[in-house]
Design a protein. Structure first.
Length: 65
């Protein structure tokens, strides 16, 4: 459920980073960082996170400098 919700938020253009705190509360996690496990455990989410970090870091996925 968590993985699919995060994917849906991403597809909708929502700020997933802000919604993670809400997810942590909903799931009963004491620490928000406990929700980040889902991002690394699911390849689809890891792909999304990697793409977002690449954009943040100014990486061109086509390989251009």
């Amino acid at each position: 459920m968590v993985v699919r919700r995060m994917q849906a938020w991403h597809d909708q253009g929502a700020d997933v980073g802000c919604k993670i705190a809400v997810s942590a509360s909903y799931l009963g996690h004491v620490e928000v960082r406990e929700v980040y496990w889902y991002l690394s455990a699911v390849p689809e989410l890891m792909y999304i996170v990697a793409g977002q970090f690449g954009a943040f870091a100014g990486h061109d996925p086509a390989g251009a400098p």
